[in-house]
Design a protein around this ligand. Structure first.
Ligand SMILES: [Zn+2]
Length: 430
């Protein structure tokens, strides 16, 4: 199994200049090759081979005055840039064969692109020094924050600079799927909640953690500030960088949350069922924003790779399963319900069901998992919770169990395990 490991890098001043040079040279070679191929195509000549382009645009070009500076960077970086163009063309031609005309041909790279990257293969003789620096040819020994251990020695490293001006080194590592976790009995269905990040068939409702919501708020403010700046002004440039940084923070916080939660769920459950939201299909509906915001597909992909790695099962349930319309207790289909209906009573069996948990139970059942439907039941009536339990507290009003707390309240939790203490109050009394 191939996994990508990325670590933050902290190049010093001269190293940043050297990296800027490498990004620039890689871009120039890429663009030169792209132009050569487009010229050949327009003239009806055969498609120039990569080997020929490498000779012409790297080896020979270095001898000319206009391109002499290509010699200042590692030749591997330039060759890899040509390989990237090959891949871009191959993808483009594959898509043409698949009759998908909307995909464009490879495009020229710009200095202003949000993401700059260069790749060093084993040929470049990069290495990790005994002191833990990343030693890159013609750049130097760059300080790296190793946030976790690499399971094996990678042969290739990609150095990336993102829109927020941060540097990363990224490795693709071949890992063994050997660390199978001991088997456990619980199985769980997960539904994309409304107003919650996820709702589990065992009755837990998981909100985005506070650090993520704080980052999102900051991003929103930065975007508003940017929209007020005059076009082309230097303040606009600064505001744009702030937005890029805030975006990066949100993406990081979200990834951290998804990692945390997916690890936890994989540890606790033998089998997991999730709804397969074809996110693009929802793009034009009113759910679109929230679906994109919560990054459901990233979360599901984390669940899937961790399941494959640790010997668990993740099943996707098609999005046409009417998970919110069927009573998870007796199986009778009740028909569509408007989004504001959070708790409903089944006309057939009389169960009072929490909309979200009921859907999560149905997701689990559709995947053939053994979950009980009782978690979806709110009970014979709504039960007020003790003060001090999960939920928001306003003016001494008791939190009503089964009704999700208002957005922005104090119900957010990163760690679902910590919720389990108060979660019991949500369950039906025996
Ligand atoms: Zn029923």
């Amino acid at each position: 199994m191939h996994l990508r490991y990325a670590f933050r890098m902290y190049p010093n001043g001269p190293q940043r200049s050297a990296l800027a040079r490498a990004f620039g040279c890689a871009r120039v070679v890429y663009n030169d090759a792209l132009r050569a191929r487009e010229t050949a195509r327009a003239a009806g000549e055969p498609f120039p081979k990569t080997g020929d382009l490498s000779k012409l645009l790297i080896t020979e070009a270095k001898k000319t005055d206009e391109r002499a500076w290509l010699g200042e960077v590692s030749a591997v970086v330039l060759q890899q840039s040509l390989r990237d163009l090959d891949t871009a063309y191959r993808n483009f031609f594959d898509r043409l064969k698949g009759n998908r005309p909307r995909m464009g041909a490879p495009r020229l790279k710009s200095r202003k692109d949000n993401r700059q990257a260069v790749r060093f293969t084993a040929n470049a003789r990069w290495k990790i020094t005994p002191g833990g620096d990343l030693s890159l040819p013609k750049i130097g020994d760059v300080r790296v924050k190793w946030s976790r251990r690499l399971p094996s020695v990678p042969s290739t490293v990609t150095v990336v600079k993102d829109a927020a001006g941060r540097y990363f080194c990224s490795f693709v590592v071949d890992t063994e799927p050997g660390e199978v976790l001991p088997e456990v009995t619980p199985e769980v269905g997960i539904d994309l909640g409304l107003g919650h990040f996820a709702v589990l068939s065992d009755g837990r409702k998981i909100d985005a953690p506070r650090f993520l919501r704080r980052a999102e708020k900051k991003l929103k403010r930065a975007q508003q500030a940017l929209s007020r700046k005059a076009r082309g002004s230097s303040n606009r440039g600064k505001a744009r960088l702030k937005v890029a940084r805030a975006h990066a923070k949100v993406a990081d916080a979200r990834r951290e949350f998804h990692h945390h939660l997916s690890t936890e769920l994989i540890r606790e459950n033998q089998a997991i069922a999730v709804e397969d939201l074809a996110v693009k299909g929802l793009a034009r509906t009113r759910l679109a924003k929230s679906v994109y915001d919560v990054g459901w597909s990233q979360f599901v992909s984390f669940l899937e790779y961790k399941a494959a790695r640790y010997g668990r099962t993740v099943t996707r349930i098609g999005r046409f399963e009417p998970t919110s319309q069927v009573c998870s207790h007796c199986g009778v289909r009740e028909g569509p319900k408007p989004l504001h209906i959070r708790v409903w009573g089944c006309g057939a069996c009389g169960s009072v069901l929490d909309r979200d948990i009921n859907a999560a139970v149905n997701v689990a059942k559709a995947a053939g998992l053994a979950v009980s439907a009782c978690r979806a039941q709110v009970g014979p009536g709504l039960v007020p919770a003790q003060r001090g339990e999960a939920g928001t507290h306003r003016d001494g009003q008791p939190t009503v169990v089964g009704i999700p707390a208002p957005l922005g309240g104090g119900a957010a939790e990163v760690n679902p395990r910590r919720r389990s203490g108060s979660g019991s109050s949500r369950r039906r009394p025996p």
